[in-house]
Design a protein around this ligand. Structure first.
Ligand code: ADP
Ligand code: MG
Length: 235
Protein backbone atom coordinates (compact mmCIF):
# COMPACT_ATOMS: atom_id res chain seq x y z
CA UNK A 1 0.00 0.00 0.00
CA UNK A 2 2.74 2.42 1.09
CA UNK A 3 6.39 2.07 0.21
CA UNK A 4 9.39 4.25 1.00
CA UNK A 5 12.45 3.32 -1.02
CA UNK A 6 15.90 4.66 -0.07
CA UNK A 7 14.25 7.84 1.14
CA UNK A 8 16.67 10.49 2.40
CA UNK A 9 15.59 13.74 4.05
CA UNK A 10 17.89 16.66 4.83
CA UNK A 11 17.45 19.80 6.91
CA UNK A 12 20.26 21.96 5.54
CA UNK A 13 23.44 19.95 5.96
CA UNK A 14 21.85 17.62 8.53
CA UNK A 15 20.69 14.28 7.18
CA UNK A 16 17.63 13.46 9.32
CA UNK A 17 16.68 10.32 7.37
CA UNK A 18 19.24 8.16 5.57
CA UNK A 19 17.96 5.85 2.83
CA UNK A 20 14.90 4.66 4.72
CA UNK A 21 13.08 1.57 3.41
CA UNK A 22 9.63 0.94 4.86
CA UNK A 23 6.57 -0.76 3.45
CA UNK A 24 3.05 -1.13 4.78
CA UNK A 25 0.53 -3.57 3.34
CA UNK A 26 -3.16 -2.78 3.19
CA UNK A 27 -4.86 -3.75 6.45
CA UNK A 28 -1.70 -3.87 8.54
CA UNK A 29 -0.92 -2.20 11.86
CA UNK A 30 2.78 -1.32 11.76
CA UNK A 31 4.75 0.50 14.43
CA UNK A 32 7.88 2.65 14.13
CA UNK A 33 9.79 2.37 17.39
CA UNK A 34 12.48 4.82 18.34
CA UNK A 35 13.74 7.14 21.04
CA UNK A 36 13.31 10.92 20.99
CA UNK A 37 15.03 12.38 17.94
CA UNK A 38 15.30 9.06 16.08
CA UNK A 39 13.36 10.38 13.09
CA UNK A 40 9.84 9.01 13.53
CA UNK A 41 8.01 12.32 13.09
CA UNK A 42 10.27 13.20 10.19
CA UNK A 43 9.19 9.97 8.48
CA UNK A 44 5.53 10.86 9.04
CA UNK A 45 6.02 14.44 7.86
CA UNK A 46 7.74 13.15 4.74
CA UNK A 47 4.94 10.71 3.95
CA UNK A 48 2.33 13.41 4.53
CA UNK A 49 4.10 15.86 2.20
CA UNK A 50 5.34 18.37 4.79
CA UNK A 51 8.98 17.42 4.11
CA UNK A 52 10.33 16.91 0.63
CA UNK A 53 12.75 13.99 0.31
CA UNK A 54 16.21 14.83 -1.03
CA UNK A 55 16.28 11.45 -2.77
CA UNK A 56 14.40 8.18 -2.91
CA UNK A 57 10.85 7.33 -3.74
CA UNK A 58 7.49 7.18 -1.98
CA UNK A 59 4.62 5.27 -3.53
CA UNK A 60 1.06 4.94 -2.26
CA UNK A 61 -1.40 2.52 -3.83
CA UNK A 62 0.94 2.03 -6.76
CA UNK A 63 1.35 5.75 -7.46
CA UNK A 64 4.49 7.83 -7.01
CA UNK A 65 3.55 10.55 -4.52
CA UNK A 66 6.92 12.28 -3.93
CA UNK A 67 6.46 16.01 -3.64
CA UNK A 68 2.67 15.91 -3.31
CA UNK A 69 1.31 18.69 -1.11
CA UNK A 70 -0.07 17.78 2.34
CA UNK A 71 -3.69 18.46 1.32
CA UNK A 72 -3.23 16.31 -1.77
CA UNK A 73 -1.93 13.46 0.40
CA UNK A 74 -5.03 13.69 2.58
CA UNK A 75 -7.16 13.43 -0.55
CA UNK A 76 -5.12 10.39 -1.62
CA UNK A 77 -6.09 8.80 1.71
CA UNK A 78 -3.24 9.35 4.18
CA UNK A 79 -4.03 11.35 7.30
CA UNK A 80 -1.62 12.17 10.07
CA UNK A 81 -2.55 12.58 13.70
CA UNK A 82 0.34 14.78 14.79
CA UNK A 83 2.51 14.48 17.86
CA UNK A 84 1.20 16.76 20.61
CA UNK A 85 -2.38 16.60 19.28
CA UNK A 86 -2.44 20.17 17.87
CA UNK A 87 -6.07 20.82 18.77
CA UNK A 88 -7.85 24.18 18.72
CA UNK A 89 -8.24 24.43 22.51
CA UNK A 90 -10.88 27.19 22.59
CA UNK A 91 -13.12 25.51 20.03
CA UNK A 92 -15.60 22.83 21.04
CA UNK A 93 -14.88 19.13 20.74
CA UNK A 94 -17.34 18.86 17.86
CA UNK A 95 -15.87 21.86 16.03
CA UNK A 96 -12.42 20.27 16.31
CA UNK A 97 -13.75 17.02 14.90
CA UNK A 98 -15.51 18.80 12.04
CA UNK A 99 -12.19 20.39 11.02
CA UNK A 100 -11.06 16.97 9.90
CA UNK A 101 -14.10 16.48 7.70
CA UNK A 102 -13.68 19.36 5.30
CA UNK A 103 -10.87 17.96 3.16
CA UNK A 104 -13.21 16.15 0.79
CA UNK A 105 -16.24 17.66 -0.87
CA UNK A 106 -18.95 15.95 1.10
CA UNK A 107 -22.43 16.93 2.00
CA UNK A 108 -23.80 17.43 5.48
CA UNK A 109 -25.31 13.95 5.73
CA UNK A 110 -21.96 12.28 5.08
CA UNK A 111 -20.19 14.49 7.62
CA UNK A 112 -22.86 13.64 10.18
CA UNK A 113 -22.40 9.92 9.53
CA UNK A 114 -18.63 10.26 10.07
CA UNK A 115 -19.23 12.22 13.25
CA UNK A 116 -21.56 9.53 14.59
CA UNK A 117 -18.92 6.88 13.83
CA UNK A 118 -16.35 8.85 15.82
CA UNK A 119 -18.83 9.22 18.70
CA UNK A 120 -19.47 5.46 18.61
CA UNK A 121 -15.73 4.85 18.96
CA UNK A 122 -15.35 7.51 21.70
CA UNK A 123 -18.71 7.87 23.50
CA UNK A 124 -17.21 10.31 26.02
CA UNK A 125 -16.63 12.79 23.18
CA UNK A 126 -20.34 12.83 22.39
CA UNK A 127 -21.06 13.69 26.00
CA UNK A 128 -18.49 16.49 25.88
CA UNK A 129 -19.16 17.67 22.33
CA UNK A 130 -20.03 21.25 23.39
CA UNK A 131 -17.06 21.58 25.78
CA UNK A 132 -13.90 23.44 24.82
CA UNK A 133 -11.35 20.88 23.62
CA UNK A 134 -8.73 22.44 25.88
CA UNK A 135 -10.81 21.63 28.97
CA UNK A 136 -10.62 17.85 28.40
CA UNK A 137 -8.17 15.43 30.01
CA UNK A 138 -5.04 14.44 28.10
CA UNK A 139 -6.52 11.09 27.08
CA UNK A 140 -9.74 12.69 25.88
CA UNK A 141 -7.79 15.31 23.89
CA UNK A 142 -5.91 12.48 22.21
CA UNK A 143 -9.28 10.93 21.32
CA UNK A 144 -10.31 14.24 19.71
CA UNK A 145 -7.07 14.27 17.70
CA UNK A 146 -7.62 10.71 16.48
CA UNK A 147 -11.31 11.36 15.85
CA UNK A 148 -10.48 14.46 13.81
CA UNK A 149 -8.12 12.39 11.65
CA UNK A 150 -10.81 9.73 11.17
CA UNK A 151 -13.27 12.40 10.02
CA UNK A 152 -11.24 12.58 6.80
CA UNK A 153 -11.96 8.87 6.21
CA UNK A 154 -8.33 7.85 5.71
CA UNK A 155 -7.23 4.63 4.05
CA UNK A 156 -4.06 4.91 6.12
CA UNK A 157 -3.87 6.77 9.43
CA UNK A 158 -0.53 7.77 10.94
CA UNK A 159 -0.60 8.19 14.72
CA UNK A 160 2.40 10.00 16.15
CA UNK A 161 3.06 9.00 19.77
CA UNK A 162 -0.57 8.83 20.91
CA UNK A 163 0.46 7.46 24.32
CA UNK A 164 2.71 10.37 25.27
CA UNK A 165 1.87 11.81 28.69
CA UNK A 166 -0.99 9.38 29.38
CA UNK A 167 -1.42 7.22 32.48
CA UNK A 168 -0.78 3.48 31.94
CA UNK A 169 -4.45 2.51 32.23
CA UNK A 170 -5.44 5.17 29.68
CA UNK A 171 -2.65 4.00 27.37
CA UNK A 172 -4.09 0.50 27.47
CA UNK A 173 -7.56 1.77 26.53
CA UNK A 174 -6.11 4.00 23.81
CA UNK A 175 -4.19 1.12 22.26
CA UNK A 176 -7.18 -1.18 22.31
CA UNK A 177 -9.13 1.52 20.44
CA UNK A 178 -6.29 1.85 17.91
CA UNK A 179 -6.48 -1.90 17.36
CA UNK A 180 -10.24 -1.56 16.89
CA UNK A 181 -9.72 1.18 14.27
CA UNK A 182 -7.37 -1.17 12.42
CA UNK A 183 -9.76 -4.11 12.66
CA UNK A 184 -12.57 -2.06 11.20
CA UNK A 185 -10.49 -1.68 8.02
CA UNK A 186 -8.15 1.30 8.37
CA UNK A 187 -4.46 0.62 7.86
CA UNK A 188 -2.44 2.05 10.76
CA UNK A 189 1.11 3.33 10.97
CA UNK A 190 2.01 4.12 14.56
CA UNK A 191 5.08 5.93 15.93
CA UNK A 192 5.87 5.06 19.53
CA UNK A 193 8.48 4.99 22.26
CA UNK A 194 6.22 2.75 24.33
CA UNK A 195 7.43 -0.51 22.77
CA UNK A 196 5.71 -2.65 25.33
CA UNK A 197 2.21 -1.41 24.51
CA UNK A 198 2.81 -0.92 20.78
CA UNK A 199 4.26 -4.36 20.08
CA UNK A 200 1.20 -5.95 21.68
CA UNK A 201 -1.14 -4.50 19.05
CA UNK A 202 1.12 -4.18 15.98
CA UNK A 203 1.79 -6.99 13.53
CA UNK A 204 5.20 -5.69 12.47
CA UNK A 205 7.66 -3.10 13.65
CA UNK A 206 10.59 -1.05 12.41
CA UNK A 207 13.18 0.20 14.87
CA UNK A 208 14.50 3.65 13.97
CA UNK A 209 17.79 5.04 15.27
CA UNK A 210 19.55 8.17 14.04
CA UNK A 211 17.44 8.37 10.91
CA UNK A 212 17.95 4.77 9.83
CA UNK A 213 16.01 1.53 10.10
CA UNK A 214 18.25 -0.63 12.31
CA UNK A 215 15.92 -3.58 12.82
CA UNK A 216 12.59 -4.81 11.52
CA UNK A 217 10.39 -7.83 11.94
CA UNK A 218 7.22 -9.37 13.35
CA UNK A 219 6.21 -7.85 16.68
CA UNK A 220 6.55 -11.10 18.61
CA UNK A 221 10.13 -11.56 17.33
CA UNK A 222 11.10 -8.04 18.36
CA UNK A 223 9.33 -8.39 21.68
CA UNK A 224 11.63 -11.32 22.47
CA UNK A 225 14.77 -9.66 21.11
CA UNK A 226 17.23 -9.00 23.94
CA UNK A 227 18.56 -5.71 22.56
CA UNK A 228 15.02 -4.41 22.07
CA UNK A 229 13.96 -5.49 25.54
CA UNK A 230 16.94 -3.67 27.01
CA UNK A 231 16.59 -0.49 24.97
CA UNK A 232 12.83 -0.07 24.74
CA UNK A 233 11.05 -2.33 27.17
CA UNK A 234 13.33 -2.04 30.17
CA UNK A 235 13.30 -5.72 31.07
P1 ADP B 1 11.32 11.65 16.66
O1 ADP B 1 9.97 11.95 16.12
O2 ADP B 1 11.72 10.22 16.44
O3 ADP B 1 11.48 12.06 18.09
P2 ADP B 1 12.15 13.70 14.80
O4 ADP B 1 11.75 13.13 13.50
O5 ADP B 1 11.27 14.73 15.39
O6 ADP B 1 12.40 12.50 15.85
O7 ADP B 1 13.60 14.33 14.68
C1 ADP B 1 14.68 13.65 14.06
C2 ADP B 1 15.85 14.58 13.97
O8 ADP B 1 15.60 15.58 12.99
C3 ADP B 1 16.17 15.32 15.26
O9 ADP B 1 17.56 15.43 15.37
C4 ADP B 1 15.51 16.66 15.07
O10 ADP B 1 16.15 17.66 15.82
C5 ADP B 1 15.69 16.88 13.57
N1 ADP B 1 14.63 17.70 12.95
C6 ADP B 1 13.31 17.38 12.88
N2 ADP B 1 12.63 18.33 12.23
C7 ADP B 1 13.54 19.28 11.87
C8 ADP B 1 13.45 20.52 11.17
N3 ADP B 1 12.29 20.97 10.68
N4 ADP B 1 14.59 21.23 10.99
C9 ADP B 1 15.77 20.76 11.47
N5 ADP B 1 15.93 19.61 12.14
C10 ADP B 1 14.83 18.87 12.34
MG1 MG C 1 8.33 12.65 17.08
Amino acid sequence: MLKLTDTTVKFGAFEALSKINIDVQEGELVVLLGANGAGKSTIFNTISGLNKPASGEITFLGKRVNGYSPDRMVKEGIVQCPEGKKLFPDMSVQQNLMMGGFVHRRHKGQLKDSLEEVYELFPILKEKRENAAGSLSGGQQQMVAIGRALMARPKLIMLDEPSIGLAPLIVEQMFSTIKQINQSGTTVLLAEQNANAALKIAGRAYVIENGSVVLQGRSEELFNNDAIRKAYIGA
